[in-house]
Design a protein around this ligand. Structure first.
Ligand SMILES: [Zn+2]
Length: 133
């Protein structure tokens, strides 16, 4: 399932990151990364924050960066195709849903001749099981 995709750490128990003690949060993040790296066989450099970015909780970004991550996926999705200005506050283009084909066409029509487009789709891996084909 992960072949050809970048796997992101997403914590072990999917807590609201601002509501758990820091020692527990560190374990949630690093243990998930350890297990994923064992599974996929490459360094996991991205963290996808469960739920969404807590407004006014900027310490989360520094905390996650301090855990060794280079990128952090935030929510909600934003239907844009440019690279993020801050990879620790990276909003995906779309959640993998029924509007995906229309967004793809929109990107091709609006920016087809421009370099550096980015179409970033996110989804929990278990959500792919039903319709990944
Ligand atoms: Zn989640």
């Amino acid at each position: 399932m992960y072949k050809g995709h970048e796997v992101c750490s997403h914590t072990v128990d999917h807590p609201r990151v601002w509501s758990v003690p820091l020692d527990q949060l560190r374990w949630e993040i690093l243990e998930d990364r350890r297990q994923l790296e064992e599974l996929v066989g490459y360094p996991v450099r991205s963290f996808a924050i469960p739920y969404n970015w807590p407004t006014g909780q900027d310490w989360c970004r520094e905390f996650v960066h301090g855990c060794g991550f280079k990128y952090m996926r935030n929510s909600p999705s934003v239907p844009q195709f440019e690279h993020p200005s801050d990879f620790m506050d990276w909003h995906p283009t779309a959640h993998c849903s029924s509007d995906l084909p229309a967004l793809w066409v929109s990107m091709l029509q609006r920016n087809y001749d421009q370099p550096g487009q980015l179409f970033y789709v996110h989804r929990h891996s278990y959500e792919f099981e039903d319709d990944w084909g």
